[in-house]
Design a protein around this ligand. Structure first.
Ligand code: TSB
Ligand code: ZN
Length: 639
């Protein structure tokens, strides 16, 4: 007999080799129906694993968050099994879970596209109906080599696990190298969908062969799956790439180069409003805005450490043939350090806040590029604040206050703070100085705690020169993307030998640098706003704020033009629609273009010198005199 301690603390005796399923059954039958697995002490095991020693057992039901992980991983195996049946020569990489589902990396020599999904899903359904038991087997390295002798990818994966205890999971003719756990039977897999297929290098290494990565997801109920598919559809609808095209905001051209966006007049208007807004706000807060070159001698980036630690994200240097090598800057910091160094500073002047809408170029992998969200040429709302050590906390607070007020103005609500720390073991990415890192990380954590900020931590997300506080948001395509960032840096001041003269008038001290990007890059920020607003920009940001629609061109045009003139004189962005179209058509188009104010002008309006107003997304209409209209919209345009 063995002793099983249950979650509620009760201890029961069972015969050896009892399974979690049988334990559930001994409690009650309906519980057993929902048991997917269990934690045996800290190890997650399947519902039919035999328990051989006295243990703590916590049953996992299908409603527990971890259960869906098991379901999805088993669905990935069923996907691989279906592929193997349909394409007997297919080879297999790895097939892990991801945030909202799973993928499997597969090599199919015939090629594979989304058009093949239906066929594969049918086969998967068949496998589910066959109700195949899923069985765990422990195997030796030698046996595993024999089992996977025909799959060069699996053999290579095996090499990384030579010394581990190996297990395979078998369902009828199919088996896979896997740690598990899994469902006990394929019949439990009912509600799944294949979603996407994309190229992916084996082991994510561009030196390796390209495989086809098939993405899918699975749920325990049809409703959950349907709800999720609805969300996906909604995300597609608000994807900034789609809306950007519909509203003529931006485009990219293969002929010019990937990741190099063109801002069309309407997109440029949105960007200009944001740029003016943030620059004005920063100037009022004591920031000094500058312009600096987008190129620099490569030695500048050797000095800063970018060359050693940020090389992969930089474009190759341009050799001018006269001994000079120039690089496109991937960051603006070294240029701002040079500005600081251009004069001598006293303790009294600090903090010094050097800001710039700084253009930078980063070599992003082509597969990672996405509309305006991830580009190769970008303009960052950047600043480097030079402070004394005793000013760090106060300046960080001010920066956080600025961030919060900007987010309020743009009505951004759904975000979280991430404290991004270094990965101690990654000597390539991070500057190697334990003391310096410990000081920076503990200082930043202290500041955040004193501010009362709630945040989560992520190892390996820091900049090479210091830890960061990042603002993470969800986009239409990714679950977590960095928008704003505030970073603490003790390293670059050393590298650039930055100094200030202390209160004693003699001694020389080192400032600390706070790097910060509040509006992020103009590219990423506008991409985010397009998705947040679903293209319906608030009045103060809209490329066209008001559209004047004439009921009859002949009779109403003169008055319509005078309204436009008045609006423009008052600084508003207004357009006249005087095309020979029906009013209904013009109204519909104005709504499609998500223009905040449609001003309809007919006989009544001409006579009474008013406008009839229809707001975007609102069926109601109301009339205002021109003075009242101006008063109403001036309030909206204040920022
Ligand atoms: C804040 N040196 C600092 C700066 O002083 C810096 O460059 N930090 S960064 O590397 O984190 O980049 C700042 C911001 O730029 C990021 O938070 C992110 O919002 C944005 N960004 C980074 N890479 C891209 C890209 N490829 N496309 C669009 N925006 C990007
Ligand atoms: Zn910087």
């Amino acid at each position: 007999m063995i002793k099983i301690t249950l979650k509620d603390g009760s201890i029961k005796e069972y015969k050896e080799n009892i399974t979690p399923y049988e334990i559930a059954l001994s409690i009650n039958e309906s519980l057993a129906k929902h048991v997917i697995g269990a934690y045996q002490d800290d190890e997650l095991i399947e519902a039919n694993r035999e328990i051989k020693v006295s243990s703590k057992i916590e049953l996992v039901k299908d409603t527990d968050p971890v259960a869906i992980e098991i379901l999805r991983h088993s669905t990935a195996h069923v996907l691989a099994q279906a592929i193997k049946r349909l394409y007997p020569n297919a080879l297999f990489g790895t097939g892990p879970n991801v945030e909202e589902g799973f993928y499997y990396d597969i090599f199919i020599s015939e090629g594979f596209s989304a058009e093949d999904f239906l066929k594969v899903e049918k086969e998967m359904e068949k496998i589910a109906k066959e109700a195949l038991p899923i069985v765990r087997e422990e195997v030796t390295y030698k046996k595993a080599k024999e089992l996977f002798k025909d799959d060069k990818f699996k053999l290579e994966i095996l090499e990384d696990h030579k010394d581990s205890n190996l297990t395979i999971y078998r369902q009828n003719e199919f088996y896979d190298l896997c740690k598990g756990p899994h469902l006990v039977n394929t019949s439990l897999i009912k509600h799944f969908k294949l979603l996407n297929v994309a190229g992916a290098y084996f082991k994510s290494d561009a030196k390796n062969q390209m495989l086809q990565r098939i993405y899918g997801t699975a749920f325990f109920t049809k409703k959950d799956l349907d709800d999720y598919l609805k969300i996906l559809l909604e995300r597609k609808e608000r994807d900034h790439r789609k809306i950007g095209k519909e509203l003529d905001l931006f485009f990219t051209s293969k002929e010019v180069g990937q990741g190099l966006p063109f801002w069309l007049p309407k997109g440029s208007t949105v960007r200009r409003v944001i740029e003016r807004y943030i620059v004005d706000k920063e100037i009022s807060l004591g920031y000094l805005h500058v312009y600096t070159p987008i190129l620099a001698n490569v030695d500048l980036y050797k000095k800063s450490g970018h060359w050693d630690h940020y090389h992969d994200s930089m474009f190759p240097p341009m050799d001018l043939g006269d001994g000079e090598m120039l690089v496109l800057r991937p960051m603006n910091c070294p240029h701002h350090m040079e500005i600081y160094k251009n004069s001598i500073h006293s303790y009294k002047e600090l903090p010094i806040r050097i800001a710039e809408l700084g253009m930078m170029h980063r070599y992003e992998k082509s597969g990672a590029l996405s509309g305006l969200q991830r580009v190769r040429e970008m303009t960052l709302n950047d600043a480097h604040v030079f402070v004394r050590f005793d000013q760090i906390e106060e300046e960080f607070k001010r920066t956080l206050d600025l961030l919060t007020s900007v987010y309020e103005d743009f009505e951004i609500k759904d975000y979280s703070f991430r404290l991004s720390l270094r990965d101690k073991n990654n000597k390539e990415k991070y500057f190697d100085d334990d003391k310096l890192w410990e000081k920076a990380e503990s200082e930043l954590r202290k500041v955040l705690t004193n501010y009362g900020l709630s945040f989560f931590e992520a190892v390996g997300e820091a900049a090479f020169y210091g830890p960061k506080l990042d603002v993470q948001v969800k986009t239409a395509t990714v679950m977590s993307e960095t928008l704003s960032t505030i970073q603490l840096d003790f390293l670059l001041p050393e590298r650039f030998d930055l100094t200030y003269v202390g209160e004693d008038g003699k001694n020389i001290y080192r400032p600390v640098v706070i790097h910060r990007g509040i509006v992020s890059t103009m590219e990423r920020f506008v991409a985010y706003l397009i998705e947040e607003y679903k293209g319906a920009f608030p009045f103060w940001l809209a490329p066209v704020q008001l559209k004047v629609l004439l009921v009859n061109n002949e009779f109403h045009k003169a008055y319509g033009e005078s309204v436009i003139e008045l609006l423009k004189e008052n600084g508003f962005r207004a357009e006249l629609d005087d095309r020979e179209e029906k009013l209904g058509y013009k109204i519909r188009e104005s709504q499609t273009l998500k223009i905040p104010y449609s001003l309809i002008i007919g006989d009544n309006e001409v006579t009474s010198k008013t406008v009839n107003i229809r707001l975007y997304g609102n069926q109601n209409q109301y009339s205002l005199s021109l003075d009242d209209l101006l008063a109403e919209i001036k309030k909206l345009n204040k920022k």
